[in-house]
Design a protein around this ligand. Sequence first.
Ligand code: 8YV
Length: 327
Amino acid sequence: MTKPAVLVARAVFPEVIAKLEQHFIVDHNQGDEAWSREQLLARLQGKAGAFTTGAERIDADLLKACPDLRIVANMAVGYNNFDVKAMTAAKVLATNTPDVLTDTTADFGFALVMATARRMAESERYLRAGKWTRWSYDMFAGSDIHGSTLGILGMGRIGQGIARRGAHGFGMKAIYHNRSRLDPATEAACKATYVSKEQLLRESDHLILVLPYSPESHHAIGAAEIAQMKPTATLVNIARGGIVDDAALAKALRDKRIAAAGLDVYEGEPKVHPDLLTVPNVVLTPHIASATVPTRKAMANLAADNLVGFLVHGKPLTPLNPEVLGG
Ligand code: 8YV
């Protein structure tokens, strides 16, 4: 029997490609650059499966043009690049990589809260520029983590991990807002209190965004929301670009409407709003919250195992639209 063909849209670990090659004919983008939409469409012809990394838009038009496609496995927990409804209608299975990145991403989110509050990037730039010539009582004085109020917008697995780190590790008061309230046992385990979005904005000393991107969460934080925050507050986004209005945030940082921000994701990334590059009180990282070697390996393996699980054994591990599997 001939092996089915699958596409791996970005370069990934050689051992993951080797695993896929045991079962499939693999077309692998080994370059540094993502394929254009046109290239992606051309390469998808005749492919039963695709391994994507979160940037490739899988929508009704693409599905219509790729009738052989049966599964798209995203190497990411977020799947805003998928039109899951269109995939279900086209009977194409969608999978993502939940759980394996939760703790790594929560670690990074917490690190970014700390780096932002304690002005680590700004002070490092100052030192590297040779400007550290004297002591001063207020040099890079930031705000405290311990004993402060940690606000979390979006309380899924990663949000809960951040709440636990803040409340248990640093004695923070954790408050959160989410589409739905957690059950009491989960709330107690993260020592987090449910509040309205307005109260979250008003009371957070450090606000972190961990909600999925959707049309409803587009610009969930813009000028009006920032205006409700404390002038001493910090804002961290590890969720998705587009949840924050980056232009409004850059202006608020320049005007000192809030103290500082830490960003791992951007509207239109890998491009970054030019105003964010020139304001000093912001820590900028290139979408690396899940980037540890073990976690990226676990994500890549889970995406590959979803392709094998579904196309070879009929059993994907983490389906997003299990209704495609039928009875
Ligand atoms: C990845 C992510 O860096 O899982 C997600 O949703 O944003 C990140 O972990 C990215 O999507 C590459 O796979």
